[in-house]
Design a protein around this ligand. Sequence first.
Ligand code: UTP
Length: 204
Amino acid sequence: MRVRKAVIPAAGLGTRFLPATKAQPKEMLPIVDKPTLQFIIEEAVASGIEEILIITGRNKSSIENHFDKSVELEMELEKAGKDDLLEEVRKISDLVNIHYIRQKEPRGLGHAIHCAKSFIANEPFAVLLGDDIVQNDGKPCLKQMIEAYDEYKTTILGVQEVPDGDVDKYGIVDGKHIEDRIYKVKNLVEMNILVRQSRSSGVA
Ligand code: UTP
């Protein structure tokens, strides 16, 4: 079955970015002039995703407003002849079908994904973290992962190498090399002590 649904957990408290995230979700912090979450949704759309479920929490209404149609703003831009901005603003609300569900308390990433159970039903799906952008030229990262899924028909994790000195900041996988840039995961840990002794790749 084709991967056409994606889940984006965005219900965390974002404590590491306080005070910027006191009243605004971390996923909406801009990178220059675009919210982080928009980059992520654009990657999903460019990878063939048709339906997106965003897991939201408290203080997350700006997410819904950003991806909704803004009739007043569009009228003002039209009146002012700001056609480029008008097109940009319209593009955001036309990107893809976005659904929302609230995670009532931030009970962790696993629980956030579990909130998507009925949306997903029995389909294969992608998970993109609402605060994690992967930028590359050419084929989007998610598209590459979907192709790997189509070939191997198993769960696919996107990982990246990290310097040895940084392994304590990430989840770490121990993998057996299968082919170019494909590894079979043998072990996965969140603790640094075990990992410092092995040559592994870091999960972003
Ligand atoms: P993080 O652990 O990076 O987010 O989770 P956080 O909990 O907001 O961060 P800190 O530690 O307080 O700074 C990765 C992604 O999972 C979501 C977050 O919104 C983020 O996009 N998440 C995390 C949830 O949706 N629900 C949770 O209960 C926890």
